[in-house]
Design a protein around this ligand. Structure first.
Ligand code: MSP
Length: 651
């Protein structure tokens, strides 16, 4: 596989519209990006993983108005939902860009101005059929309906005829340059079928693109002509350069640009494979290496839509089976590029067969034997047979294949190879029957060797699995007493026999309990707008002292950062704190003045209950309560051992 000399890796997801809460389609792209980012970090590469939200434009303006909110308020609320989901799915993004951030708006205006001065943007007038929902003028070859209007081919809604003064991007001038570029970079768009689609579209001829609106207020103003706002796609695509430092951190920008891969859904291919490279060429940027277009997730073979009520709520699945099972299913089921079908039957089957049986049982059985027969401490191993070496060789082959497949974005094939190997380990145990060896005193060395081989296999597989199933890998490392390795273990240091038999092994409970289809089907039609369904407690009758998880989940615990602090006059105990909660600022009154001065707390972060009913203390409103331990009458605040983004959920 061809490796880039600079050893950096820049991966992006689309930035998501904030007119709706996240669903499984958003989760899919973001999980792919996360697996790629984690794999690249394990290789020792310097990674930048970008995601975020697309907050301007008519669609957001309209949706906010329907909800009685300002567009900014709507965006602020939905952003919290995205960030919360990404946290629950263990998405390790480096930055979450919001297109309403100042630096982005300024960057877009700057590029607009450069293209205007250069003549690649010019002012004209545009008349066309415009789809409000898709924020797009329809292509002119779409025929008129008998009733005299056009229907948007993407969403099926009626388009409206618009004529407005508009700035245009000279897309037509880039037709040949684009075709030349595709020819010299045949893997620019992947999978290959999508590249062909793009080429034939461009060959049919490109028209200049209207890139401003006078009808939309909620957008970035055109520099020097503020009655126009910049078209949301021109604005949004440039997030990929503004987020990494264009116009504000040239060194960081030069480190990561051009992007290695833009991951997108097939519906937004044209924007990324035609408009985006043309904008970049015009502004003199290098072009990204790859635009990888993934398929569409269907629910029981049907397109998901709110009106059908069949949109899959990722929280529902997450709460039932955890992040790793969902990550595994989505990445294992289909190659990136094909459409996938989500059925509860298929999901339950895959989790039970691959995760509960093949992986979970293997780990549990092997660790239990190591604990039962050797008290968790294997003796140094000696004897080694061909059958043992065969397993070692299989691991090495698997490892190399998996690296190649990860390098090539073939995540489902990589997982398949890991599972072939896990099955080989299961077979190795069946062939060597350690449970029989355990009854024979003279076979003690052999027993140790067989378990050692299995443990080395489990450890090795856990590193290969880490990009897709990070929580599971960590769980396995903890059980094996494995010290967390430096980030380069994967490609340079992952050796089968590096597992130390002297590590104390812990007894494993089922790491993936089997799931029952009945638990899923009852709730399939839960609306995505509903709050997350609580997990059923598996315990017997709750006693008085217990609260249910559902009750606990009602508490909105958040990380708060102190941005201003002062004493409440006339009191010994009270401080008035202004805190940053990521998406908003609040004031709280805290009884901590006997332990901390206002200066002590400035810029400190701690946990608050954000949804506690506001209270008035000494005539001042307190909008939340911080958590502290009380020791001899003094309040001691638990602080964090690292900086955390304000607003992060604590659970
Ligand atoms: N805001 C634009 C992207 C701008 S990028 C500069 C946008 N946002 S979106 O929220 O509508 O969609 C984001 C992504 O979600 C798209 O890549 C789309 O393909 C993906 N998905 C939405 N529904 C999906 C499925 N059912 N299945 C898989 N992915 C789908 O477009």
């Amino acid at each position: 596989m061809e490796e880039k000399a600079k050893q950096t890796f820049y991966v992006t997801t689309p930035i998501y519209y904030v007119n709706d809460v996240p669903h499984i389609g958003h989760a899919y792209t973001t999980i792919i990006a996360d697996a790629m980012a984690r794999y690249q970090r394990l290789k020792g590469n310097k990674v930048f993983f970008l995601t975020g939200t697309d907050e301007h434009g008519q669609k957001i303006e309209k949706s906010a108005a329907e909800k009685g909110l300002s567009p900014q308020e709507l965006a602020d609320r939905v952003v919290v939902r995205f960030k919360d989901l990404w946290q629950k799915l263990n998405i390790s993004y480096d930055y979450f860009i919001r297109t309403t951030e100042k630096f982005h708006e300024q960057g877009v205006q700057k590029i607009f101005k450069i293209l205007l001065d250069k003549g690649d943007i010019y002012k004209g007038s545009y008349q066309g059929w415009y789809c409000i929902s898709e924020e797009n003028f329809l292509s002119e070859d779409i025929p008129l309906e008998a009733e005299g209007y056009k229907i948007c081919p993407d969403c099926g809604r009626k388009a409206v005829l618009l004529e407005e003064e508009s700035y245009f991007f000279r897309l037509s001038a880039y037709q040949q340059a684009l075709l030349d570029f595709y020819q010299s970079h045949p893997r620019f768009v992947r999978p290959p079928g999508r590249m062909n689609e793009v080429i034939s579209f461009v060959r049919q001829g490109l028209k200049d693109l209207s890139i401003t609106r006078t009808s939309v207020k909620w957008g970035i103003p055109v520099p020097g002509d503020p009655k126009h706002t910049i078209y949301v796609w021109f604005d949004a695509l440039h997030n990929y350069v503004t987020a990494i430092g264009y116009d504000w951190n040239p060194e960081h920008f030069a480190t990561f640009w051009p992007a290695d891969v833009h991951l997108i859904g097939k519906d937004i291919l044209r924007f990324h494979a035609i408009f985006w490279p043309a904008f970049l060429m015009a502004a003199g940027f290098e072009l990204p290496a790859t635009v990888f277009s993934h398929g569409w997730w269907l629910k029981d073979e049907a397109k998901m839509s709110k009106s059908k009520g069949n949109v899959l709520d990722p929280y529902f699945i997450l709460n039932k089976v955890g992040a790793d099972a969902l990550r595994y299913f989505l990445l294992r089921e289909i190659p990136i590029g094909q459409d996938g079908n989500f059925s509860h039957q298929g999901f339950v089957h895959r989790i039970n067969s691959d995760l509960a049986n093949d992986l979970g049982n293997l780990v549990q059985r092997t660790l239990t034997m190591a604990v039962n027969y050797f008290d968790g401490l294997l003796p140094a191993v000696t004897e080694e047979y061909e059958i043992d070496l065969e397993l070692t060789r299989q691991f090495d082959e698997t490892k190399n294949k998996v690296y190649d497949l990860y390098n090539d974005y073939a995540l489902n094939r990589a997982l398949e190879e890991i599972w072939f190997f896990l099955n080989a380990v299961n077979k190795y145990l069946a062939d060597n029957e350690p449970w029989k060896l355990a009854g024979q005193a003279e076979k003690r060395d052999r027993l140790a060797r067989v378990l050692y081989q299995a443990l080395c296999s489990i450890r090795g597989a856990s590193y290969l699995l880490y990009p897709v199933m990070p929580e599971t890998a960590e769980k396995i490392w903890n059980l094996l007493g494995e010290e967390r390795k430096p980030s380069t273990i994967m490609t340079s240091q992952l050796n089968f026999y590096d597992f130390q038999p002297v590590n104390k092994i812990s007894r494993a409970k089922a790491i993936f309990p089997r799931i029952d289809l009945a638990e899923f089907t009852g709730d399939t039609n839960k609306s995505i707008e509903q709050t997350q369904p609580a997990i059923k407690m598996e315990t017997k009758e709750s006693k008085m002292e217990y609260i249910t998880y559902e009750e606990f989940k009602k508490m909105d615990l958040r990380v708060a950062k102190v941005i201003a602090a002062e004493r409440v006059e006339g009191t010994k105990k009270l401080l008035k704190l202004q805190i940053d909660l990521g998406t908003e600022q609040r004031q709280i009154i805290a009884g901590v003045a006997e332990t901390y001065s206002p200066e002590d707390l400035l810029n400190k972060e701690f946990i608050i209950i954000a949804n506690l009913q506001p209270a008035v203390i000494r005539g001042i409103e307190s909008q939340g309560m911080l958590l502290a331990a009380e020791v001899d009458g003094l309040a001691i605040i638990p602080f964090f051992d690292r900086d955390i983004p304000p607003g992060t959920k604590v659970k």
